[in-house]
Design a binder for this molecule. Structure first.
Ligand code: PGA
Length: 253
């Protein structure tokens, strides 16, 4: 049985003091975390160390990105070893904002996934269609391609370290989330891809999240869907009350 995963993506927000405050508020709000829910927060790189020292061990730390090389002359980049050193266990890889603004390709996402798995970090691979692709009925094709390219060369024994986040691009930051039943259809399709490319065993272990305008009002309807194993939360993850509220609702289900 997969337990639920709730990931807060703080994006490029908050000062050091604000991230300290938010961490303390989340910590105070989530003193009774049960095994039903695993919680991860992903601050900016520059705040990882501070957040790490303030987080209880029951809440995990993730970064929003990583580079695919071990070390060397890659000015401005950050390696898996460096974020492991700061206490990260998860990394968001291939977020649509990076694919769009930084021109991250599926090949780069694949390199990052391979490097993370080799180093023992758990990549959260983001996939999803644009509004235009949705309107053209291309959702399944786009998501299948992104999942397969991200996992190229990933072996069965390693793929269970991966999490996939289905994030329709049109739903991100829009206050217009997908219908939970529509997200369920895409997510069960992703599970089929995993079963076809690996086996039923792997497909039953790997968690698949939904992301895109998740809030305390709609969280329950997502996680009640059979294949939705949790959520990747952006905007409201920097509001302690709302993020804590989301986690508490997941624990009640
Ligand atoms: P949102 O962002 O919750 O603000 O829509 C989700 C994400 O970008 O991961």
């Amino acid at each position: 049985m997969r337990n639920k995963l709730i990931v807060g993506n703080w994006k490029m927000n908050l000062t050091l003091e604000e991230s300290r405050r938010l961490t303390l508020d989340i910590r105070q709000g989530l003193t009774n975390l049960s095994e039903k829910a695993e919680v991860v927060v992903c601050p900016s790189f520059v705040h990882l160390a501070n957040v790490h020292y303030q987080l209880p061990s029951s809440i995990k730390l993730g970064s929003q990105n990583v580079f695919w090389k071990g070390n060397g002359a890659y000015t401005g980049e950050i390696s898996c070893d460096q974020i492991l050193d700061l206490g990260c266990s998860y990394v968001i890889v291939g977020h649509s904002e990076r694919r769009k603004n930084l021109k991250e390709t599926d090949a780069m996402v694949n390199d990052k996934v391979l490097e993370c798995l080799q180093k023992g970090l758990k990549p959260i691979i983001c996939v999803g269609e644009t509004k235009d692709e949705k309107e053209k009925g291309m959702t399944e094709e786009k998501v299948t391609q992104q999942v397969e390219l991200a996992l190229e060369g990933v072996k069965s024994k390693d793929v269970i370290g991966v999490t996939i986040a289905y994030e329709p691009i049109w739903a991100i930051g829009s206050s217009n989330s997908a219908e939970p039943s529509d997200a369920q259809i895409v997510i069960s399709r992703i599970r089929d891809i995993l079963e076809n490319n690996y086996s039923e065993k792997e497909s039953e272990i790997i968690r698949i999240l939904y992301g895109g305008s998740v809030n305390p009002q709609n969280i329950a309807s997502f996680v009640l869907e059979k294949d939705i194993d949790g959520v990747l939360v952006g905007g409201v993850s920097v509001k302690a009350n709302e993020f804590v509220g989301i986690v508490k609702q997941v624990m009640k289900i």
